[in-house]
Design a protein around this ligand. Structure first.
Ligand code: TXA
Ligand code: MG
Length: 333
């Protein structure tokens, strides 16, 4: 199958709609990462997503709708705090998990009685969703477990030959996936951290939980149990105060003939040889925006990526750290 990359316009929108209604997949930009969209009402189309990504069949998908879409068609929404969250943060990088009305394919939520709904703020995503008019199930448009795509080229690198169309909306400004927040209980509970931080939610609702799976428990957001966001090169991860250890690791592996790069915040960059540093930036928002493009850059240039955690904690930084750890942890130093 030939994969076209087209800028958003009347021709590409018409083509996207035609493909979606025929059960095919269309990748589209959002303010967080690119999504791999399918008609959420169709079992066969949703199955296509799992097949093309190689995604485990128990990891549910988010449904995307435009800002004027009538949510009551899809979900039961009986929590007043959820309306406050929509008012404060939508359209934007916050996905809310509601009780489902069962109006989309059961494969979207993998048989759960809930449905995750997202209203992205990216103008091209809004235009696309408005034009097609249907709920669009979409995970990030990468091969399962690989780094999420933040440009049309990243989507192409992972999925060319497997999908017919990528709508190109330029680089994603947000850079990490949306915050996923359960709004079925007495108060909101964050299931996946992101650009709308727990603190931001708390400031609107007064209380917000953070779901941390306990050992042996069946996870509430099944995607959390899988390794994620991993670049193809070897990786290892150091704490913010382990610069010395990171340097030792760098030289040991470089002297053994490996191409080694270091990923760290701007404030730590001067500790390392400048031609070997990938700079995450200064603020949590900058780091979120840069992280995935740097991970994808690293895997093409290096045999090994040494990541050093930034110092800051809390707010958006927690989402950045969560992704950095999932991408780079797991290897012995
Ligand atoms: O920013 C984003 O959210 C991007 C763009 C494309 O919108 N999408 C994305 O989708 O990151 P994906 O499939 O890579 O991650 C979806 C997350 C998973 O962690 C999944 O477990 C969780 O949402 N999720 C989906 N439906 C759920 C549900 N009903 N209950 C709990 N968690 C759910
Ligand atoms: Mg994903």
């Amino acid at each position: 199958m030939r994969t076209e990359i087209l800028p958003l316009g009347s021709d590409s929108l018409a083509r996207a709609k035609e493909l979606l209604l025929a059960g095919e997949l269309v990748a589209f930009p959002t303010e967080t990462v690119y999504g791999l969209g399918a008609d959420a009402r169709s079992d066969a189309a949703v199955e296509n997503i799992y097949r093309v990504k190689g995604r485990p069949s128990d990891n549910p998908l988010i449904v995307h709708v435009h800002k004027d879409y009538d949510l009551s068609l899809l979900v039961e929404d009986d929590r007043s705090y959820a309306a406050k969250l929509r008012e404060a943060f939508l359209p934007g990088p916050l996905t809310l998990v509601y009780k489902s009305r069962g109006r989309v394919s059961a494969k979207v939520s993998c048989g759960l009685d809930t449905l995750a709904v997202r209203v992205p703020s990216h103008p091209s995503a809004q235009e696309f969703l408005k034009y097609v008019g249907i709920p669009v199930a979409a995970p990030s448009a990468n091969i399962s477990k690989h780094v999420s795509p933040v440009s049309a080229q990243h989507v192409y690198d992972d999925l060319h030959g497997k999908i017919p169309l990528i709508l190109d909306g330029g680089a994603c400004s947000g850079g990490i996936e949306s915050t996923v927040c359960d709004v079925t209980g007495d108060y909101p509970v964050v299931l996946r951290q992101g650009l709308v931080s727990r603190e931001m939610i708390e400031s609107v609702t007064g209380k917000c939980g953070l779901y941390v799976p306990k050992a042996g428990e069946q996870v509430r957001s099944p995607g959390m149990k899988y390794k994620h966001y991993a670049p193809a090169c070897r990786t290892c991860l150091f704490e913010a105060d382990e610069i010395g250890k990171a340097l030792t690791c760098f030289y040991r592996n470089r002297d053994a003939g490996m191409r080694v790069l270091i990923l760290c915040e701007e404030a730590a960059a001067d500790n390392f040889p400048s031609d070997s540093v990938l700079r995450l930036g200064n603020t949590a928002e900058e780091m979120a925006a840069n992280l995935y493009a740097l991970l994808r850059d690293a895997e093409t240039k290096a045999d090994m990526l040494i990541a050093v955690k930034p110092h800051a904690r809390g707010g958006v930084m927690d989402g950045v750290l969560n992704r950095l750890c999932k991408a780079c942890a797991g290897e012995e130093k």
